[in-house]
Design a protein around this ligand. Sequence first.
Ligand code: SF4
Length: 500
Amino acid sequence: MRYGFVIDQNRCIGCHACTVACKEEHQVPLGVFRTWVKYVEKGEYPNTSRHFGVMRCNHCDAAPCVTICPTKALYRRSDGIIDFDNQRCIGCKSCMQACPYDALYIDPNNNTAAKCNFCAHRVEANLEPACVIVCPTQAILAGDLDDPASKVARAVATQKVCVRKPEKGTEPKLFYVGIEDDLLHPTRLSRQSGYVFAEQRDHRPSEKSFDPALTREVYDVAHPAPWGWKIAAYLWTKSIAAGVMIVAAMLMALAGNSSMRIFSIVSPMIALVALGITMALLVLDLKRPDRFYYLLTKPNFRSWLVIGAYILMGFGAMCVVWLLYGLFKDFVPGVVLVLTTVLAAASACYSAFLFAQAKGRDFWQGKWSFCWHLLVQALVAGAATWVICQAVTNFRMPFGGIQPAHVLVLSLFLSLITLLMEIAIPRGTEDGKRAKKVLLQGELSRRFWLSAVALGLILPITLFLLDPPLAPSIAAVLALYGLLWFEYLWVKAGQSVPLS
Ligand code: SF4
């Protein structure tokens, strides 16, 4: 059994009755929607036309929201309906990043994710969903796609149907008949901040302003970007925690000395503080921080949020072991060095896989290149932190040994080359290209080139080459500053492309 919808846009009159019936059935609060009717207009007066698209969850057979949900709050029922359990939801918003169709929202009443659930309670009572019952033109059909006698199966078999973004591989079970093609491709639309009935307050950075030649979006509902500065700051503090330990292990190994107190004691202390802030940021970013422990008690081991939480905990545990050896034995055994370095690298890199599970965001799909970039960023952050520590405590590596400043300048070079390669690699999809354009040439470009590239990479490298007084310390502070901006802009650019 596979429940699905067929929506015939040739019949739809854009009356919003489905939206209102859904709101009433599920007591959906003001400002958020389980289903909504999007309007677009084409042409120039007097030759204009208006088209409607009824938007909602597609009850995907390969639902990325189910995969990424860390607590199995989103799940697929045996009848194919993608339902949710708000008692398990921690409000991490990752499902909103994974869904390529903007189908989810955070319910302001209980701060948990919600969406169309096919009126599962009505289906169980042999009733049709509220939107189907209310539609005055019978534009919405709901039923079992596996039953050849059902209306939906017959419509799919006999009419020309299409789905939204089939290239995402989500296998949607919402089929459209007669939908205007531009409604299926939101990046083709000319966006406006003022609509027929409303203003769009979450107008996102975009390089496309009003253009009469394009199809115009004239009514939509707001879809604010789910992740903000806390996620950027978490990437930054995580880089510092991981980088401090990786660089310490490297320097100890290169010096052939595992008993240097600055590394055996101070490094795990810095890493544990940075890790503590990282975890605090993650918890504070949850809409339900009181449920953060559900990551451990109700885990979905397919979600990189859960895998990442275990990696961070393992890394934290190894930092404690390292610190205990430093405090009580005055040296760190090789096995502890290796295990901590591996877990530090995993802590730095796992976010690449988490971001790639956000299937809605094409800009974040290059998981291996981003993984490498995160590792290099951890080296930059770790080396910069050690350079600042060196300036404060005046410690020196053994005579002739490699200094943290050497690691910093090398990792800055690597970071610059990695960034240039990331920029040079063409993005395969329209959404990916557009997000890249927003970052490199659009609304975010000034900050990106000035703060992340010029101040964060080029100036620190130049300072090392010119070697004025205090060059390493100034370069280290600039590198950390640039890295924070990079994370912020990267997170923002990925979410700049409209999904619906
Ligand atoms: Fe619905 Fe989006 Fe999940 Fe697909 S990915 S099942 S459209 S919420």
